[in-house]
Design a protein. Structure first.
Length: 354
């Protein structure tokens, strides 16, 4: 990626945000969120009621799958609260975020907020974005080059094929990371009263979750329910985040982009109607969301024409694809990053034969 900073680059975003603000697209949408919140919490409660009604039956595996979707919808609301998109008051947004995240989902709101804010500040930056950090998957060539172990190398060579299967573990990973963050003592751990509230929320969630399942069904069915539920939630979350940035431009340590280009060039929108908006929690408008993180979800669709036209006027590429194409691009990128390791693995038997 080249240096795209220009003398007028700083004004490009100023012009756009003025147009967005003048259109009222940054105004709070309490009515919209009230309806959305009631529907989402109603779905959560309805599934809990259905679990009680189904009782000690293997049909619970179906309710577990639906409950995974409900967890995702609750997480989307917590995401909006974390971006201060619901209320004008930070205290109210944070209180709602902790209730939805820690108590209802079992996800540390403070830990997630810190990680997510760092992602928004430097999307797809290979050194600063935790979402493309050095983990199980290799998102950059330098990360792939480090995969020398038997297990890490095996995963990296096949990571495009393993991406969705690995997502079945993402729900558990989020719970574990939350407990470590709240219980640890790192710079990224929630502090003071928020840390106590978060710990209480996580413990409350765990106790209610386990108790509820064991009161309704046998331990064996409860374990199967939890496995299906957490797997579906993990796949759902990963499937909504994967189209947004994977396969888009990677920002290197020497790249110097202004805010607008840093957000637009690393983000991808997903085409679709109201169902796509619902299923992806508004994250299908990833470009608009990254440019205006605190914009209410209901305003993102209305902001899109303004953003697209502005990008065209200043010559900045605006990426929008279908959902299937977005997955194809993300998986193609993962497959490409694993290519050197596959070539190396194929060459090793030939060297041994010599």
């Amino acid at each position: 990626m080249t240096n795209a900073t220009t003398d007028r680059a700083g004004s490009d975003y100023t012009v756009l945000i003025k147009a967005v603000r003048d259109a009222g697209l940054l105004d709070r949408r309490l009515g919209s969120y009230a309806i959305r919140g009631l529907v989402t919490l109603g779905l959560y409660a309805a599934i809990c009621f259905a679990i009680v009604e189904v009782g000690n039956s293997w049909w619970q595996l179906l309710t577990a799958a639906v409950f995974g979707i409900a967890f995702g919808q609750i997480a989307f609301l917590g995401h909006d609260a974390g971006h201060q998109a619901i209320f004008s008051s930070r205290r109210l947004n944070d209180a709602l975020g902790r209730f939805l995240g820690n108590a209802l989902v079992g996800l540390s709101y403070g830990w997630w907020l810190d990680t997510h804010n760092r992602h928004h500040a430097n999307p797809n930056h290979e050194e600063r974005d935790p979402d493309v950090g050095d983990g199980v998957l290799a998102f950059t060539a330098s990360q792939a080059a480090k995969r020398n172990g038997a297990v890490s190398g095996f995963i990296a060579r096949r990571q495009a094929w393993l991406f969705f299967p690995l997502l079945t573990l993402e729900g558990i990973n989020l719970h574990v990371a939350s407990v470590i963050a709240v219980g640890g003592d790192s710079d990224r751990s929630p502090r003071g009263g928020s840390r106590r509230f978060e710990a209480i929320g996580l413990v409350l969630h765990a106790v209610l979750y386990v108790t509820f399942l064991l009161l309704v069904m046998s331990p064996t069915k409860a374990l199967a329910f939890a496995a299906v539920h957490q797997a579906v939630w993990g796949v759902y979350m990963g499937s909504t985040f994967a189209p947004n940035h994977k396969g888009m431009a990677i920002i290197g340590p020497n790249d110097n982009l202004d805010y607008l280009r840093r957000q637009v060039l690393t983000s991808r929108n997903v085409r679709g109607g109201m169902f796509t908006d619902f299923a992806l929690g508004g994250l299908n408008y990833q470009i608009e969301h990254h440019l205006f993180p605190n914009m209410p979800r209901a305003s993102l669709r209305r902001a899109q024409p303004l953003v697209r036209a502005h990008c065209e006027s200043i010559g900045v590429p605006y990426c929008e694809t279908s959902l299937i194409e977005s997955y194809r691009a993300a998986l193609a990128h993962l497959h490409e990053m694993g290519a050197p390791l596959r070539a190396q693995s194929a060459a090793e038997p030939a060297l041994v034969a010599r």
